[in-house]
Design a protein around this ligand. Structure first.
Ligand SMILES: *[C@@H]1O[C@H](CO)[C@@H](O)[C@H](O)[C@H]1NC(C)=O
Ligand SMILES: *[C@@H]1O[C@H](CO)[C@@H](O)[C@H](O)[C@H]1NC(C)=O
Ligand SMILES: *[C@@H]1O[C@H](CO)[C@@H](O)[C@H](O)[C@H]1NC(C)=O
Ligand SMILES: *[C@@H]1O[C@H](CO)[C@@H](O)[C@H](O)[C@H]1NC(C)=O
Ligand SMILES: *[C@@H]1O[C@H](CO)[C@@H](O)[C@H](O)[C@H]1NC(C)=O
Ligand SMILES: *[C@@H]1O[C@H](CO)[C@@H](O)[C@H](O)[C@H]1NC(C)=O
Length: 934
């Protein structure tokens, strides 16, 4: 529908090729020009007449030439919401989601848009309260203000929004009670109010009969008192999440909500017996644990919930034996009954084939019968003290990785920033730049298995007219509730910018829902800027659709070429502006001391750099990345240095460049790469030269460096010390933001040093909110999922990435290899068979014999704590350093000796004799990798 309208409009526009007379309604034109000015410079080019020249993200009514849609999600918009937005009086859809630098408060003018039906401002940097004028948007059906920094209560004028369908204020800092006026939203199907500070008792009267709510998400707030009894009026509800509050009781009317398939009441203060929800026969996902129930046996009515896939009654006061028939429930995949007082024999003999995970830790089972091959955790039960030799690593805390989908495996060695396009088929390679981001499921009905993945893939194909095959949608599950999404152009390298904008807008606008899986938030991995011109493609579509369409496409191509050319021009202009902050430095070029006040770092001219690198000759090149190239050079003093020269096209912002110089020149630590100087004419950074390359290269064997076990441990300690210095001793503290093995360099003595502070951000002030909000940066595979989801950065994000680096040291694998994610691989190997299985399948053969369990085990334990999904559960970098030092300390003779022997072509044999007897080894405890019930 939308597409057809668009095509008609293109033809209409094509008939009016007279650029001097403007087509667009004058008031709208003026408003758009004011907006353009307010946001200048923008990453996209707006020129000519908006309706005629098809401005990116602007949709006009073809008959009246009024602007009816403005959709610019994830377009790097910087600034605030301009007041003139209120002049676009015919606007029906406004989507400025995922523009992290769109900050400020909501201007009252926004609420003059009486025709507005859809308002999407997700994942921006907006703050302040939501004004009472909200009530003026009487036609609003979609309101998504999630993932901002809004505070204060929901205004009571919300009652005037009687057309509301989707109401999402989640992931903000809003407070106060829920207003009774929500009762007036009688058409609403989605209340997403989770992860805020809402509090108090939910007033009775909000929920009325016939209200079509399907998702009611109130988790992670501070609600208290009883859940109101009128909740039972919601007879269309599918997902109910009330978890992580302080509710004291649930009403009997809960039993009337017979349509519910996912119910989470865990982590509240509910007393009395476990509420009997046997009438909710469609339940698939049930979390009841962590309340204050009176003790009792497992309620027998649970056995009648035949569609149950996931059951959690952790810490639920359960005692006595467990009926074997529980595990016979034919759809049951996951059972969490840990931290109870269950006793007797655990009988898994009836376990259904789909059961994959049973967590019974900290109970009182004394026996186990039945064959069960999934993940079983019996840690802390009597049976483990009597007989620790159970199958499935059951006494070692069998780690959890439930039934996740298999990942695609293909790799074409595409250059940085590009990935191999699955539509090219298995025998050929097309390196492409997909529209990509993270899917974070806020409530699940099923586990993210292969069925869920394929249902999501078809969801995207059905809802995005630009897609024709499920191969274009690649989904990689990275945890129990998150997955990465990549949408590839069909057998070509790039999407057009307008196509990418359409795709992101469709996702942002909630047009793509997965009724079978559950609601999610999407977080783009960044604005869509393909690393090259993208004008060659598109003719394939034209060929298919005949001459008329071909003409239109041709017309579009011309526009795109023009837009691209203009954009390049703008970029060049921008580059000029960007160099201005350094103008004052240039002026003082003769007087080097008076230029920037930087301690230690020296100032070099472009001429000096050219001379030192033999005019940047290829022979001097020692590395390259998205940013540009690295050259080895010798200064006139004889000092060897590495020069990082940014490419003109991918030059970092002046601010970032300056930031990096200033940061680096202040930092001095033996485990940080030292900044020698800089050259601003071409944005070059001059570092001390480290002859042994990166840790990544050393691990992959592409250099002469042999990373034996003691050296790996020492590299871990070294880099941990560097990072701990950044976090705790640098003033102000610094979060690295891109910790990875290719950012850790090795000097001539193989001392590891942390490099590349281009992405650094100052850490939050002591006593501040504890996080910095900022656009997500970093490298896939090392990215902290919590940071990715919330965009709230903390030093724990570095800890996560560092945990991945430790796993690399152990396995020598890259974090994502052939579509497999190292964290999951390690967890699932441990789950399969503990440390022996890990040694067999994942530990690098070159060191497998040399690393004793006494070091490998605590190191793994530490790495897995670093990559906990919840940042709060991760140790600090300081703690990590301490533990690593303790682990290294165990190595007889220490490390320094080994180091001093080092000669560049070191090829000494590994120690032959393992330091332990594997047959008697018991892997016990430590590894905690339970999936958070979220
Ligand atoms: C926000 O601004 C910062 C600093 O200039 C920049 O690095 C970042 O990419 C911007 N974010 C977005 C979403 O454009
Ligand atoms: C509820 O909605 C109706 C329109 O459907 C409106 O007239 C009324 O004022 C609203 N009530 C409240 C309390 O906002
Ligand atoms: C809603 O539920 C309450 C409590 O269960 C009940 O008394 C009331 O009649 C219901 N209201 C409607 C309109 O159905
Ligand atoms: C269980 O699920 C199946 C398939 O989704 C459905 O057809 C059936 O009605 C459900 N059973 C109950 C009791 O709701
Ligand atoms: C199991 O626990 C129940 C209740 O705590 C107790 O009465 C019973 O004796 C226990 N049974 C065994 C075999 O220990
Ligand atoms: C487990 O059972 C033993 C004896 O049956 C009892 O002494 C102990 O307190 C029980 N522990 C728990 C956690 O219930």
């Amino acid at each position: 529908m939308k597409f057809a309208g668009f095509a008609v409009f293109v033809i209409v526009a094509a008939l009016h090729i007279n650029p001097s007379s403007s087509v667009t309604n004058e008031q709208d034109l003026a408003a758009l020009q004011a907006i353009q000015q307010a946001w200048a410079p923008t990453s996209f080019s707006w020129s000519g007449d908006p309706c005629e020249s098809l401005w990116l993200g602007v949709t006009c009514d073809p008959t009246s030439s009024n602007v009816i849609k403005l959709e610019l999600p994830s377009q790097s918009i910087r600034g605030s919401l301009p007041l003139q937005i209120g002049d676009l009086t015919n606007l029906q859809t406004l989507d400025l989601s995922y523009n992290g630098n769109l900050t400020g408060t909501l201007p009252l003018e926004l609420f003059q848009l009486a025709n507005l039906e859809e308002l999407f401002l997700q994942n921006c940097g907006l703050f302040g309260t939501i004004p009472n004028d909200l009530g003026k948007l009487a036609k609003l059906t979609y309101l998504a203000l999630n993932q901002n920094f809004f505070t204060g209560p929901i205004p009571t004028t919300v009652g005037q929004l009687s057309e509301m369908f989707w109401f999402d204020l989640s992931y903000n800092q809003m407070s106060g009670n829920l207003p009774l006026q929500l009762a007036n939203l009688t058409k609403a199907r989605h209340f997403h109010l989770h992860v805020n500070n809402f509090s108090g008792i939910i007033p009775t009267g909000i929920f009325s009969a016939g209200q079509p709510l399907v998702h009611l998400l109130l988790y992670n707030n501070s609600f208290e008192g009883p859940v109101p009894s009128d909740i039972g009026n919601l007879t269309a509800l599918d997902i109910l999440r009330l978890d992580f509050n302080q509710f004291s009781s649930v009403p009997d009317s809960l039993t009337e909500m017979v349509t519910v398939t996912s119910l989470q009441l865990d982590h509240n203060s509910i007393t009395g017996e476990v509420v009997n929800v046997s009438s909710l026969t469609r339940l698939q996902y049930l979390y009841l644990g962590h309340n204050q129930y009176t003790s009792g046996v497992l309620p027998s009515w649970l056995l009648s919930l035949v569609n149950l896939t996931t059951l959690d009654v952790e810490n639920g006061g359960l005692q006595g034996p467990l009926p074997a028939s529980l595990f016979a429930l034919q759809n049951l995949e996951i059972v969490h009954l840990g931290y109870n007082h269950l006793n007797g024999t655990l009988d898994l003999s009836l376990a259904s084939p789909v059961l994959v995970e049973v967590d019974m830790q900290q109970n009182n089972f004394t026996g186990l019968i039945g064959d069960f091959s999934g993940s079983l955790n019996l840690e802390g039960n009597d049976i483990c003290s009597a007989n620790a030799n159970l199958p499935n690593n059951a006494c070692g805390g069998g780690s959890a990785s439930p039934n996740l989908a298999p990942e695609p495996s293909s790799s074409c060695g595409c250059s940085s920033g590009l990935s191999s396009n699955p539509t090219a088929g298995s025998s050929s390679c097309v390196c492409s730049y997909p529209v990509s981001g993270l899917l974070n499921f806020t409530a699940l009905k099923v586990s993210l298995d292969a069925n869920a993945i394929s249902s999501m893939q078809s969801g995207y194909v059905e809802s995005i007219p630009l897609l024709s095959s499920a191969n274009q949608v690649s989904i990689l599950v990275i945890s129990s509730s998150t997955a990465t999404l990549s949408i590839f152009p069909n057998n070509k390298p790039f999407w057009e910018l307008s196509e990418a904008n359409t795709i992101t807008s469709l996702i942002s606008s909630k047009s793509i829902l997965f009724a079978d899986v559950g609601p999610y938030i999407y977080i783009p991995s960044g604005p869509y800027f393909p690393p090259g011109p993208s004008t060659k493609s598109g003719l394939g579509v034209a060929a298919k659709a005949g001459i008329a369409v071909a003409a239109v496409v041709f017309f579009l191509l011309i526009i795109i070429v023009a837009v691209y050319a203009l954009r390049q021009k703008k970029r060049a202009e921008k580059a000029e502006i960007i160099s201005k902050p350094f103008a004052s430095w240039v002026a003082k070029q003769e007087d080097q001391d008076a230029a920037p006040k930087l301690k230690g770092a020296r100032f070099f001219t472009l001429a000096e750099m050219k001379k030192a690198t033999n005019n940047f000759s290829q022979a001097q090149e020692i590395g390259a990345g998205g940013y540009g190239k690295v050259y080895k050079a010798t200064l006139p003093s004889g000092e060897q240095v590495a020069i990082k020269r940014s490419q003109a096209s991918s030059r970092q912002g002046a601010a970032e460049f300056k930031n990096e110089i200033e940061l680096l020149s202040r930092l001095h630590h033996k485990n940080l790469v030292e900044l020698v100087g800089f050259c601003f004419e071409e944005q070059m950074l001059i570092y001390e030269y480290l002859p042994n390359g990166t840790l990544r290269e050393a691990l992959s064997g592409s250099t002469n460096v042999v990373m034996d076990w003691p050296r790996r441990l020492q590299a871990a300690v070294d880099s941990a010390r560097g990072l701990a210095y950044l976090h705790t001793e640098a003033n102000p503290p610094i979060i690295h933001r891109d910790v990875k093995s290719s950012n850790i360099l090795l000097d001539e003595k193989l001392v590891a040093k942390v490099a590349d502070f281009g992405l650094s951000k100052l850490a939050p002030e002591e006593g501040g909110v504890g996080h910095v909000s900022t656009q997500v940066k970093g490298t896939l595979g090392y990215l902290d999922p919590e940071y990715y989801t919330t965009q709230r950065l903390s030093d724990k994000s570095d800890v996560y990435s560092f945990g991945v680096v430790i796993l690399e040291l152990i396995t020598s694998r890259q974090p994502i290899e052939h579509g497999r994610f190292i964290v999951r691989e390690v967890r699932s190997a441990l789950q399969r068979g503990g440390l022996p299985a890990l040694r067999e399948s994942l530990v690098d053969l070159k060191i497998e014999k040399a690393c004793p369990d006494s070091q490998l085990k605590p190191l793994l334990d530490l790495a897995l704590r670093c990559v906990e999904e919840s940042a709060a559960l991760r140790p600090s970098m300081k703690q990590v350093t301490k533990e690593l030092e303790a682990i290294v300390g165990e190595f007889e003779g220490g490390i320094e000796g080994a180091r001093n022997d080092y000669i560049p072509n070191y090829k000494k044999e590994e120690p032959e004799v393992p330091l332990y007897d594997s047959s008697s080894f018991q892997y016990s405890g430590g590894i905690s990798a339970t999936v958070e019930p979220k």
